[in-house]
Each structure stands twice: as C-alpha cells, then as structure tokens.
Design a protein around this ligand. Structure first.
Ligand code: ATP
Length: 242
C-alpha cells in the first residue's frame, strides 16, 4: 500500500456568509485515480478549486506528500506539482496548440523537459500533433479538452486535477479522452483527481471515488463497487443499465 499522498482533511468553505463545503475529507495515493462525483451545485468545483489553491478553506487542511499547502498562494500549489485542468478549459484562443502547450511548462524542470513532454502528449493525443499550428480558439470542444489536459501535463504534475473534463462532449470523444487519461496514469504513475457530473464515466475511469452531496461527502468506496451500488445507480447513473 502506497503512502497517503494527497490529503484533504475536513475542509470547510464559504462564499461570503454562505457555507458550501462541510468537513470535506478525502485522500489520493500516489498513482491512484480518484473521482469526486455529484450532481449540479454539490460543491465539486469548489472542492477542486480548493485543492488547486484558488479558494482558501476557512477550516481544514490540504497536504501533499507531507507538505501542508493550506492557505498557500496558488503559485505554491503549482510549484508543488498540483496542476488544475479548469472547467471550461481556459486556453489562449489566439495562440496555436504548440504555443498553448509551451505555456504549460512553467517551472525550470518542466522547461528542461519540454521537448520530450510535448512528444509524449502528441503520442497520447495525435490530433494535437496533426493540428499543432492551428489556433486553439478554432478547435472543437474535444480537441480543446485534449489541449487543456496537454497543457497541464506540460507542467509535470504530481497531482493532476480535472474539473468536469467531459462537459459538453460527445460520448465517443469522452471515451477517447478518458482512455488516454488511463494511459497517462499507467505510464507516468500520476495521481489524478477527477471531479465529474458524469458519474458513470468517472467511476469507470477511477480506482476509488467519493460522492458529494450538498457540500458533504455522503459515500466513498472502490469505484467498481459504487458502479454496482443500487443507491448510486438510482441517484447518479440513471437507473440500472450498462
Ligand atoms: P456544477 O457541476 O454545477 O459546477 P458543483 O458541484 O461544481 O456544480 P460548485 O460550483 O462547487 O458545485 O457550487 C457549490 C455551491 O456553491 C452552489 O450552491 C453554488 O451556487 C455556490 N457557489 C459556487 N461558486 C460561488 C460563488 N463564486 N459565489 C457564491 N456562491 C457560489
């Protein structure tokens, strides 16, 4: 059993006077894919933004490999290798694919490895290679999501955070992207935390998962078990089907 690598301990978050997360607690081991699933407004984005240092919980802490990152600037999270693929992708639309990828290599080590990392990304997502000189703003939604993931990988993450990567994409494209995320995890042993409304896909991709409901963790377990849990099937998987 690997060490507890990434730990979120009882974080509480509020926007103004309104509390939206209550004692959210979960872990991800090194090389593990962990999913956080839940419906609209459950608090998934707030949780993942807290994990990236974009939101500061008023209570609780976030630790990576023994380092307490709680309250640190977003830049510190990036320096420790906690890299977010944001909801909505947030690419540079008037820059090419290649230029967007280059922007992701922010640290000295990432810059030094830039060429190799780009080649690996092109292997996982050949569409990015074929279109490397195309402007990001002219890409399809699926290609933009691939580029957003590629740009995050350029930073050489220790923990890759993904906020709703399937949003707005056709099932076939979601499958393509999730298959390559499995490859990234397998080849690099990278820890991945994925936040998804598409519970079925997220549970198929991940090793373990947590269910979040109105700002609280309601259930956790092996993803395979949750996929076959009648309560989860009913509430998040649209009833029993394959
Ligand atoms: P979705 O899938 O719709 O993005 P989510 O599970 O990611 O949902 P959050 O976006 O984290 O949920 O929102 C959790 C709660 O916090 C919701 O009630 C939402 O209205 C509220 N909220 C989110 N962002 C803000 C904000 N900037 N100011 C005030 N309230 C917010």
């Amino acid at each position: 059993m690997a060490d507890r690598y990434f730990e979120v301990n009882k974080i509480n978050v509020r926007y103004g006077d309104i509390q939206v997360l209550w004692d959210i607690e979960f872990t991800a081991d090194k090389g593990e894919i962990v999913a956080l699933v839940g419906s609209n407004g459950a608090g998934k984005s707030t949780t993942v933004k807290s994990c990236a240092g974009l939101i500061r919980p008023f209570q609780g802490n976030i630790r990576l490999d023994g380092h307490d990152l709680t309250g640190a600037a977003c830049r510190t999270f990036i320096d420790h290798g906690v890299i977010l693929v944001p909801e909505g992708r947030q690419l540079f639309p008037s820059m090419t694919i290649y230029e967007n990828l280059e922007m992701g290599a922010s640290s000295k080590a990432a810059k030094a490895a830039k060429k190799d990392t780009i080649e690996r990304i092109y292997n996982w997502f050949p569409k990015l290679k074929d279109r490397k000189n195309q402007l990001a703003g002219t890409l399809s939604g699926g290609e933009q999501q691939m580029l957003a993931i590629g740009r995050a990988l350029m930073a050489k993450p220790r923990v890759l955070l993904l906020d709703e990567p399937s949003l707005g994409l056709a099932p076939i494209i979601i499958n393509e992207i999730f298959k390559e995320l499995t490859e990234v995890n397998r080849q690099l042993g990278m820890t991945i935390l994925i936040v998804e409304q598409n519970a079925r896909k997220a549970l198929q991709l991940s090793h373990r998962a947590y269910v979040i409901q109105t700002g609280k963790i309601m259930m956790e377990g092996k993803s395979d078990d949750l996929l076959h849990n009648p309560e989860i099937e009913e509430a998040y998987l649209g009833g029993k089907k394959k």
